[in-house]
Every structure is written in structure tokens, then in C-alpha cells.
Design a binder for this molecule. Sequence first.
Ligand SMILES: [Zn+2]
Length: 52
Amino acid sequence: MPEPAQQTLGLRCPVCGGARLRVAYTRKKDDYIMRVRRCLACGRRVVTREQV
Ligand SMILES: [Zn+2]
């Protein structure tokens, strides 16, 4: 996949469906990692949790 490493594969903006999401910040929790991304198409913030 020719996508930057910052992007999670398969993740899309729930609002516009755009695949280009920039990571705003990452925060480690006890049992998961929370990432806040911003859609480059519509500017919507998208919060994701990734299990570790
Ligand atoms: Zn969007």
C-alpha cells in the first residue's frame, strides 16, 4: 500500500469516507493506544483506539 506510515490501513473518515487521515496525537493507555486523527478532506477529528 503506497500510504504513509502514519496512516492505519483500512481506516477511513466516518463522515466523508476519505482515506487520508493525519495523526494529531497519540496517547498510550494501560491496555490500548488512543490516536486522534484529522481528516484531510473534511477536517473532522476521528478518535481511534488500538489494542496492544
Ligand atoms: Zn472526512
